[in-house]
Design a protein around this ligand. Sequence first.
Ligand SMILES: [Zn+2]
Ligand SMILES: [Zn+2]
Ligand SMILES: [Zn+2]
Length: 151
Amino acid sequence: MMGPHWWHNRFRGWGYRLTIPRQAILEVLSRTSEHLSAEEIYLEVHKQYPSIGLATIYRTLELLVEMGIVNKFDFGDGRARYELSEDSKGPKHHHHLICTICGQVVDYRDFSEEEKRFFEDLENALSRKYNFEIKNHQVMFYGICDRCKNK
Ligand SMILES: [Zn+2]
Ligand SMILES: [Zn+2]
Ligand SMILES: [Zn+2]
């Protein structure tokens, strides 16, 4: 038996109900480390809840993104991809390396001290320059992965 999921508090905070489509999508996303498209999420949800349609999946994903529970990415392959913004251990901040040939996405969070300092300095400088309070960032590096390079 798993303890209550971290997203319950978010729903309480927003005053929204945790409906079955919302719960089903969050459970699919919490079971995978992949960045799923709406169609892939739909296929997974469909196995358990055949009555939930694709339009509901799209609408629900938009809501979850707005609530900050789910991150939406564009990896340049023509479809939006989604992942949970946190896991039970807290915000799962990471950066992405994306292969433009096979579409492989590498998540990494073992940031070097140098990289951490670089992004901190950059955020501070941008905040000052534009008088803009930065809350978060997404980082994606596009290129060719190890496997594709060796083909
Ligand atoms: Zn970062
Ligand atoms: Zn590749
Ligand atoms: Zn990711």
